[in-house]
Design a binder for this molecule. Structure first.
Ligand SMILES: Nc1ncnc2c1ncn2[C@@H]1O[C@H](COP(=O)(O)OP(=O)(O)OP(=O)(O)O)[C@@H](O)[C@H]1O
Length: 262
C-alpha cells in the first residue's frame, strides 16, 4: 500500500454510503455502491454515459426524492446521521449538502437576491447589514465579487454562463454547506470559464467536502484527489486519482481511461 492509499483507508468521512441501490420503477440504476466522502479531498465520479453517476450523486442530498419513480435502498450518512431517516429535515439537508447543476440555473432575480434568498429562508441574517456581509462573503468565495460588486442589482441571468455558474456556487455557499455536489458543472462552459471553476474548486477544497461528476477525464485528473469509476450502475474502482489514471487495478477502469469505450 502506498502512503496515499493508507490515508485513503483512514480518512475521516464526512459522508458514507453503504450498499446503496437506486431503482427507477423496476429498473435498477445503482447496484450496491459503498463509498466515503471526506472534507480534505475532492472526489470525482467518472464513467460512461448512463452508468449512474448523476443518480448516485443525487442520492447524497436526496434530490432523487423529486423523481416519483425513484427508490433508494442502503444507508447514507452525514456526520454519522442517516440522511434517509424520517426525522431528517430535507430542506436543511439540501442546505448542508448543496448542489450545482450542469446548466447554470440562477433565479430570475438580482445577483444580490440570488445569494440572499437561501440565507433569508434559513434565517441566517439578522438584518440588511448582516445580509450584505453574507452576500459579499459568498460572492468572494465564489470568485465573483470583483466582477459584480458594482452591479449587484442586475439580473443574475444577465451574467455570462461562467459567471452564472459561479453565482450558483455562491448561492450554495451562502447557506453554509458542509458538502457541495457538482453535476458536470462545466459542461455548458467554454474553456476559460471552465478553468475559473476548476481554480475555484481548488480554493474551496478543505472548507467544503466536494464531489464532482465529470465526463472529462482530464478535468477529473486536474481537480480531484479521489476518483470513483462507475460502470453499469456499479462502483468499479475508487481510489487516489493519480493511481486510478496511471495504475488502475480493474480491467474495466483501464479500458475506460484508455478510451476503449465511453
Ligand atoms: N428520472 C429517471 N427515470 C428513469 N430512469 C432514469 C431517470 N434518470 C436516470 N435514469 C436511468 O438511470 C441510469 C443512470 O442514469 P444517470 O443519469 O444517473 O447516468 P450518468 O452516468 O449520470 O449519465 P450521463 O453521464 O449521461 O449524465 C440510466 O440508464 C438512465 O436512463
Amino acid at each position: 500500500m502506498t502512503e496515499e492509499q493508507q490515508s485513503l483507508a483512514v480518512a475521516n468521512p464526512k459522508m458514507t454510503a453503504r450498499d446503496v441501490k437506486v431503482f427507477y420503477g423496476e429498473k435498477q440504476a445503482i447496484k450496491g455502491v459503498s463509498i466515503d466522502v471526506d472534507m480534505d479531498h475532492v472526489t470525482a465520479f467518472i464513467g460512461p454515459s448512463g452508468c449512474g453517476k448523476s443518480t448516485f450523486l443525487r442520492t447524497l442530498n436526496r434530490m432523487n426524492d423529486t423523481v416519483a419513480s425513484a427508490r433508494v435502498e442502503g444507508t447514507i450518512t452525514l456526520d454519522g446521521e442517516d440522511i434517509y431517516a424520517p426525522s431528517m429535515d430535507v430542506v436543511q439537508l439540501r442546505a448542508r449538502v448543496g448542489m450545482v447543476f450542469q446548466k447554470p440555473n440562477p433565479f430570475p432575480k438580482s445577483i444580490y437576491e440570488n445569494i440572499a434568498y437561501g440565507p433569508r429562508i434559513h434565517g441566517l441574517a439578522a438584518g440588511k447589514a448582516d445580509m450584505d456581509v453574507i452576500v459579499e462573503k459568498s460572492l468572494r468565495r465564489a470568485g465573483l465579487w470583483d466582477e459584480v460588486k458594482d452591479r449587484l442589482n442586475d439580473s443574475g441571468t444577465a451574467l455570462s454562463g461562467g459567471q452564472q455558474q459561479r453565482l450558483c456556487i455562491g448561492r450554495a455557499i451562502a447557506v453554509e454547506p458542509e458538502v457541495i455536489l457538482m453535476d458536470e458543472p462545466c459542461s455548458a462552459l467554454d474553456p476559460i470559464a471552465t478553468a475559473k471553476i476548476e481554480e475555484l474548486i481548488h480554493e474551496l477544497r478543505g472548507r467544503y467536502g466536494i464531489v464532482i461528476v465529470t465526463h472529462n477525464m482530464q478535468q477529473a485528473a486536474r481537480v480531484s484527489q479521489r476518483t470513483a469509476f462507475f460502470h453499469l450502475g456499479e462502483l468499479v474502482e475508487y481510489g487516489v486519482t493519480s493511481d486510478i489514471f496511471t495504475n488502475p487495478r480493474q480491467e474495466r477502469t483501464k479500458d475506460y481511461i484508455t478510451g476503449r469505450y465511453g
